[in-house]
Design a protein around this ligand. Structure first.
Ligand code: FES
Ligand SMILES: [Fe+2]
Length: 338
């Protein structure tokens, strides 16, 4: 299996699950139903009815109780059957339940058998520190392998080609890149000084030339946080524009991914009215440029083991390769324990 189980998956932004409502989403191959009660508490259970396997997400939810749309059996938030209109409540009438946590305005899900450790939830407290109207948040569905989506963020030289007229132009390839392990995280940093900025950055800064610092830190399985500092030449330390963005690639199936992002910056915090425009730009870059490529790669690889295809390795792949190796090691460890 290409999925880790004993880890926290970002499964939804908190606002995707309304009070008293529910939402079905497949996470790492598992069909999961997220339920929020009237008090705001969230729980997660299997979304498949144990009777004839109807998707419970097609049913209804009221005060934390879910009704199967097919024959009306009802389950509570713990997955316990609370009503069977057709007979006794047998022990087979229950739903598997999963641990959840709500943090950084997101719902995190634990699918594994090991005890969930909330200290393992990635620290995205920059979201909490940012006013809600200055958070440029989004969710995008992608028909791509989540590991290719991680490669995409861990090797931003692609921006010079795939996003040539916005985030590219050559600076990402010219920048000095340094990839390294930091305990169980992988960190890659690109720096370019007094260089021709990407068109979008030149526009934001009002200067074609500038200093550029771009860092991505990955942690398993597909959680990345990116910091970009941007300034006129020589001013990075004193007057740099600062932004933090999380890019979270949560696998849906082996060939599809939930992409969650939240971008914050001092510019958007100072002028929250620009948030919708920034959001539209980020969504367009991904949806129009990255997503078609990632889906095409996924179709071309067609489920084959990535390493068995003997991919050509370039120096610019170092961060992505370190992340894949770390993930492979964790998957092997879980496989050995199973
Ligand atoms: S399939 Fe759910 S009650 Fe029959
Ligand atoms: Fe991209």
């Amino acid at each position: 299996m290409p999925f880790l189980k004993n880890c926290w998956y970002l499964a939804a932004w908190g606002e995707e699950i309304p009070a008293g409502g529910m939402m079905a989403r497949q996470i790492a191959g598992e069909h999961v139903l997220f339920i929020r009660d009237d008090d705001g508490n969230v729980a997660a259970v299997s979304e498949t009815c144990p009777h004839r396997f109807a998707p419970l997400g097609m049913g209804s939810c009221s005060h934390g109780v879910v009704t199967c749309p097919y024959h009306g059996i009802r389950f509570d938030m713990a997955g316990k059957c609370v009503e069977n209109p057709h007979g006794p409540i047998s022990s087979a009438l229950k739903l598997k339940s999963f641990s959840t946590a709500e943090r950084h305005s997101a719902i995190w899900l634990w699918l594994g058998d090991e005890n969930p450790d909330e200290n393992m939830i990635p620290n995205y407290d920059f979201i909490d520190r940012t006013a809600p109207d200055a958070r440029v948040k989004g969710y995008l569905h992608s028909r791509a392998d989540y590991r290719l989506m991680v490669d995409n963020i861990m090797d931003l030289t692609h921006a010079d080609y795939l996003h040539a007229t916005s985030l590219g132009g050559g600076i990402n390839t010219r920048a000095k890149a340094q990839a390294e392990r930091d305990n169980d995280k992988i960190k890659i940093t690109w720096t370019a000084m007094n260089d021709q900025l990407a068109p979008l950055h030149a526009q934001i800064l009002g200067s074609d030339l500038g200093d550029f610092y771009n860092q991505v830190i990955w942690e398993a399985p597909g959680n990345m946080v990116q910091r970009i500092l941007l300034s006129r030449p020589g001013q990075l330390e004193t007057a740099g524009m600062d932004s933090l963005t999380c890019h979270v690639m949560t696998p849906e199936t082996e060939a599809s991914t939930h992409y969650f992002f939240c971008h914050t910056s001092d510019a958007v915090s100072a002028h929250p009215e620009i948030a919708p425009g920034v959001r539209a730009g980020l969504v367009a870059a991904f949806a129009d440029e990255d997503a078609p490529m990632l889906a095409a790669q996924t179709r071309r690889i067609a489920g084959a083991d990535f390493w068995s295809l003997k991919p050509a390795l370039l120096p610019s792949d170092k961060g992505a390769v370190l992340a894949r190796r770390e993930l492979d090691a964790l998957l092997a460890k879980e496989g050995a324990m199973a």
